[in-house]
Design a protein around this ligand. Structure first.
Ligand code: GDP
Ligand code: MG
Length: 162
C-alpha cells in the first residue's frame, strides 16, 4: 500500500485547490462556495519519483452551527488514516479557534505534520505566513495553491515527512 498524506484544514482554506496542484490536474472538486467536497476523497499522486495516496477532506458548510465540531471530527478520522498530515491554514486569515482545535488533534495523534500557509499569492503576504509559527507546528510553508507558488518546496517537505 502507498503511504497516505491527508490534507486537513478548515473549509475554504484551499485544500482541494492544493490537491489539484499536487495531482497536476483539475480533479478534486473546488468551489467558491465551500462544502462541495465529499468527506474524504483519495487520489494517487506522484512527486519526486515517489507515489503516494493523497486524501482530500471537506464537505463541511462554513458558518453553520456545529461546523467546528464537524471539522474536528473529520480531521480526526483523516489523521488516524494518514502516515503524514498536510495541515492547511489560510495565511490571509491567520489561525482561528477551529485551526487551534485541529492543532490539538494533531499533537495528540503524534503523526508528522507539514504546515501549509496557503493563499500567499505574493511577497506581501509572507509576513502573515510567518505568524503561523505561533501554532507550534514548526516552519510554515508559504504557498499559493491557486498560482502554484511554493508548492514544490511544500511537496519536498511532505515527502520528507512521509
Ligand atoms: P477547501 O474548502 O479548503 O477545499 O478550499 P477550496 O480549494 O475549495 O478553495 C476555496 C476558495 O479559495 C476558492 O475560491 C479557491 O479558488 C480559493 N483559493 C484556494 N487557494 C488559493 C490561493 O492560494 N490563493 C487565493 N487567493 N485563493 C485561493
Ligand atoms: Mg475542498
Amino acid at each position: 500500500p502507498l503511504p497516505v498524506l491527508a490534507i486537513v484544514g478548515r473549509p475554504n482554506v484551499g485544500k482541494s485547490t492544493l490537491v489539484n496542484r499536487i495531482l497536476g490536474r483539475r480533479e478534486a472538486v473546488t468551489e467558491d462556495k465551500p462544502g462541495v467536497t465529499r468527506d474524504r476523497v483519495s487520489y494517487t499522486a506522484e512527486w519526486a519519483g515517489r507515489s503516494f495516496t493523497v486524501v482530500d477532506t471537506g464537505g463541511w458548510e462554513v458558518d453553520v452551527a456545529g461546523m467546528e465540531a464537524r471539522v474536528a471530527e473529520q480531521a480526526e478520522i483523516a489523521i488516524s488514516l494518514a502516515d503524514a498530515v498536510l495541515f492547511v491554514v489560510d495565511a490571509t486569515v491567520g489561525p482561528t479557534a477551529t485551526d487551534e482545535r485541529v492543532v490539538r488533534l494533531l499533537r495528540k495523534a503524534g503523526k508528522p505534520v507539514v504546515l501549509c500557509a496557503n493563499k500567499v499569492d505574493g511577497p506581501r503576504v509572507e509576513a502573515d505566513a510567518m505568524e503561523l509559527w505561533s501554532l507550534g507546528l514548526g516552519e510554515p510553508h508559504p504557498v499559493s495553491a491557486l498560482h502554484g507558488r511554493g508548492t514544490g518546496d511544500l511537496l519536498d517537505a511532505a515527502m520528507e515527512a512521509l
